[in-house]
Design a protein around this ligand. Structure first.
Ligand code: 9D3
Length: 248
């Protein structure tokens, strides 16, 4: 899979992408990342990529021509799905990530200033995505969020010990709590079941904790999750234990 990012700050994308799981995926050729700067496609002496909004008002708008030429360069040797990162987009979710991970070429367009000329969106953009309802200063960090999420879904990026399938959110639930040594820290012991060696009991405990946490912290997720009869029984039992422990 190739990802081409159109950005006025290509070094920001390239720098962040060097680290961790994503960096290793790029090193191993499991993912190809290219950046294109629309400023390199301007034709005036000031290399201006933005201009004042028709109708007046504060802020500047990204001009359509440098973006169009940058996009032409991005598609020169392979067509691609064009995604604009914008606060006006559909919310990025794990299922949207999974769908995008199947593409052969994604072209991510990052806006700065107030946004891009709407005619660019109408003419060239296939999909508009937001990463959440808060105000950032541009599309670069959202693009990196998207790229990071995509990289972990590519075959071979994660070790086979842990598949992307068993991730939190692929089954619509939050993750269970995790512990490592020491077995006691400041008088707090790790839940005994995790030390028991009883793998069926451990699996049940983890599932019940995932269900309980999702019920308590993110009831919105629980509403959409498809729970088995056994899940429902586990959750009912966990809620009862939680109430008896006086947590509420
Ligand atoms: C404060 C400026 N706002 C006008 C009232 C509009 C605005 C324009 C440009 C708000 C944010 C941005 C820059 N943001 C993005 O390009 C962006 C974004 C975001 O801010 N939040 C969540 N997801 C995304 S994806 C792209």
């Amino acid at each position: 899979m190739r990802i081409t990012v159109l950005s006025l700050f290509p070094e920001l994308i390239a720098t962040v992408a060097r680290f961790g799981v994503l960096g290793r995926a790029l090193d191993r050729g499991l993912l190809e990342l290219a950046t294109i700067n629309p400023r390199d496609f301007t034709d005036d002496p000031y290399r201006s990529v933005d201009d004042r909004p028709f109708g007046g008002g504060p802020g500047m708008v990204m001009r359509v021509e440098p973006l169009e030429r940058a996009l032409e360069a991005a598609r020169a040797d392979r067509p691609g799905r064009v995604i604009l990162l914008t606060p006006q987009g559909q919310r990025l979710t794990q299922s949207r990530l999974a769908a995008l991970a199947k593409a052969s070429h994604l072209i991510l367009v990052c806006a700065r200033y107030e946004g891009v000329d709407e005619r660019f969106v109408e003419t060239f953009v296939d999909e508009e995505l937001s990463i959440g309802d808060y105000v950032l200063s541009g599309g670069e960090l959202p693009a990196l969020v998207l790229i990071d999420g995509l990289a972990r879904l590519r075959e071979g990026v994660l070790g086979d010990a842990r598949s992307a399938e068993e991730d939190s959110f692929s089954d619509g639930l939050l993750d269970c709590p995790h512990y490592t040594r020491p077995a006691e820290y400041r008088g707090r012991r790790v839940p005994e079941v995790l030390l028991s060696g009883d793998h069926a009991a451990i699996r049940r405990w983890r599932r019940s904790q995932a269900l309980l946490r999702t019920w308590y912290r993110r009831p919105d997720l629980l509403m959409r999750a498809s729970l088995s009869e056994q899940d429902r029984a586990l959750l009912a039992e966990a809620i009862e234990a939680w109430r008896l422990a006086g947590k509420r």
